[in-house]
Write a protein that binds this ligand. Structure first.
Ligand code: GDP
Ligand code: MG
Length: 370
């Protein structure tokens, strides 16, 4: 893995790029100014030019994270990531379960026993879909506020016997703010009092115009209880996904977002990570939020150990030094020193920020009490 472009290094040291290239040649490295060199080599050069090495700063963290700029030809199609949102009791959990149960082949290793906060299904037409098993606005917004936009498509569940309710409107607003396309799943159509058209007209008031009302938002009638319409819903998602032309580069250092994490008694800190770009492999060294580690094992949504996980694959990661938080971003780094330095830098920055916030409140309290 690379660390810094030669010209950029020269720039940061305020040295002539030709001199840096020459210096690298003297060290036996034939590189041009547009090539990248690893952090250790960069460090030698920095010392060579009499500068002090201050490896970790905001800029360096950025550098590590944006290390490789993907070229168009390196990008390959990736599965969509779907979040189910909607008002309480409209059937989010039931729908997630119904999709999982319908699409997980009976007898498949591990079955559906494992719960890792996300799962993948394959539709009858062969499309792979990744579902985030964390329905609820809290998860969606807290992830977003931490800078992790993981969802490509929102499925808005609206119960046909209840129509649009306050949390339906919240979900619409979240999806719009995040610029994530929506598909409306009109659920509970098996119920005697079901009125799907009321759902469609209610949605009009919130500027969601479904296809049946001559709009562009796909709407599908479903029943999470008897399974009606589930395949139609999956096909609607696959269609929406094709329109989005989602792509990633599987051949680069992995980047992912933590979906959930906990300290497991037997296994230590465990994080479920949704890979967003690149491929994560056993043995990879990484930084994730304020934690770092080396991948000891990867476990998929079926509870099977796997050697690697590519784009849009949800995977449990073992081998962390501590427990990260949902929404933290995972980045593979070249060296353990680099991962540790970035984690420590972030940890210190967060501590300073908390201390500053603490000092501010104390001051406010003093003023208030004066
Ligand atoms: P959530 O709060 O959105 O996750 O909703 P749940 O999935 O927990 O469902 C709330 C209730 O509605 C439960 O009692 C479900 O059994 C019921 N329910 C969910 N989907 C359907 C459906 O399609 N038809 C019927 N009749 N009941 C449903
Ligand atoms: Mg639920």
């Amino acid at each position: 893995p690379e660390a810094i472009v030669v010209s950029e290094l020269a720039n940061r040291m305020a040295e002539r790029v030709g001199d840096v290239v020459k210096s690298l040649m003297q060290m036996g490295m034939m590189v041009t100014q547009n090539q990248t060199i690893d952090a250790d080599t960069a460090e030698l050069i920095i010392e060579e030019f009499g500068h002090t090495v201050n490896r970790v700063s905001d800029a360096d963290v950025e550098q590590v994270i944006n290390e490789v700029q993907d070229k168009a030809e390196d990008l390959q199609p990736r599965p969509p990531v779907i979040t189910i949102m909607g008002h309480v009791d409209h059937g989010k959990t039931s729908l997630l379960d119904a999709i999982r149960n319908a699409k997980v082949v009976a007898g498949e290793a591990g079955g559906i026993t494992q719960h890792i906060g996300a799962y993948q299904v394959v539709t009858d037409t062969g499309a792979v879909l990744s579902f985030l098993d964390t329905p609820g606005h809290a998860a969606f917004t807290s992830m977003r506020s931490r800078g992790a936009q993981v969802t490509d498509i929102v499925v808005l569940v609206v119960a046909a016997d209840d129509a649009v309710m306050p949390q339906t409107v919240e979900a619409i607003n979240h999806a719009k703010a995040a610029k994530v396309p929506m598909i409306v799943a009109i659920n509970k159509i098996d119920k005697p009092g079901a009125n799907p058209d009321k759902v469609r007209t209610d949605l009009l008031q919130h500027e969601v115009i479904v296809e049946k009302m001559s709009g562009e938002v796909q709407d599908v009638e479903v029943s999470a209880i008897n399974g009606d319409g589930l395949d139609d819903l999956l096909e609607a998602i696959a269609l929406q996904s094709e329109l989005l032309e989602l792509k990633a580069n599987p051949n680069r250092a992995a980047q992912g977002a933590v979906i959930e994490a906990q300290l497991d008694v037997g296994r230590g800190p465990v994080a479920t990570v949704l890979i967003q770009n690149g491929t994560l492999r056993q043995g990879d060294i990484f930084v994730v939020g304020e934690q770092y580690g080396k991948v000891r094992a990867l476990i998929n949504d079926k509870g099977e150990r796997i050697k690697e996980a590519g784009p849009s694959v949800p995977v449990e990661v073992l081998g962390l030094n501590g427990t990260p938080e949902a929404g933290d971003v995972l980045n593979v780094t070249s060296t353990e020193a680099q991962a540790r330095e970035i984690a420590e830098y972030r940890s210190k920055a967060a501590k300073d920020k908390r201390a500053a916030a603490g000092a501010a409140t104390t001051l406010e309290q003093l003023m208030a009490n004066a």
